[in-house]
Design a protein around this ligand. Sequence first.
Ligand code: CP
Length: 301
Amino acid sequence: LENLTSMENLSIDEVMGLIKRASAFKAGKADFALDEQTFASNLFFENSTRTHHSFHIAERKLGLDVLEFDAQASSISKGETLYDTVLTLDALGVDICVIRSGVEHYYEELVNSDNIHCAIVNGGDGSGQHPSQCLLDLMTIYEEFGKFEGLKIAISGDLTHSRVAKSNMMMLQKLGARLYFTGPAAWYSEEFDDYGHYANLDRILPELDVHMLLRVQHERHDSGESFSKEGYHTHFGLTQERAKMLKPTAIIMHPAPVNRDVEIADSLVESPQSRIVQQMSNGVYTRMAILEAILAGKKAK
Ligand code: CP
């Protein structure tokens, strides 16, 4: 890989390769050694716990030198642009920049620049894409079922604002899963029809293999879009009653952070059918596989 910006750019073979390599890292069966000093910098312009820290841990596990970037303490606060910031880090010798920004497609001017040579890994761009989250979700599903073809998967909730949903619908459909979308009609868009069907949650629940919930992203909503917590949970959330309708073999996923008792009942977050904690752990191994593939891509250039 030269960069990782969108799931759109990954083939099925590349995805399966990353999942298998992440599983090998998890099993302690993957050797990796750097042949020269390598620097990674993590630039997070939107808050993050999982993505930021699991990239940091993955970088350290691979032996990279990590330059944490604090936007408040950087020259961004003097008005320097993201482009000029990355140009600078590249000139200083940073090899990989992991970036999260609220600006959709922020990465395009970086990867299309002739003067920026460091790899760009997208840690989330607004409501656009979240490829590393998608890959860790795919790893978690593959660990459970050993396949994607024919799995019935519902992606539920704040589809419009969710970059996780966009990345996952794109790749899960390519991998042969049957996708259903549930949640408020206001958060559904006709463009999602290319990937699956808008469905009634209560009707589809007993058939599902995977119920993937999305965080309600209040920070990206217009004031007219608000729901009460109780109202959302009752109408669209995974309540304790709804969870009883799931097959015993079905799994519950959520990228987190979770709004407990909104998208999912508090008691279900760590329940036996939930894979939410496993998703977080898999994030480290998936990001190790991503970084390794990026370093291999740089070497091959
Ligand atoms: N799932 C996810 O992206 O979590 P963070 O915002 O904590 O990184």
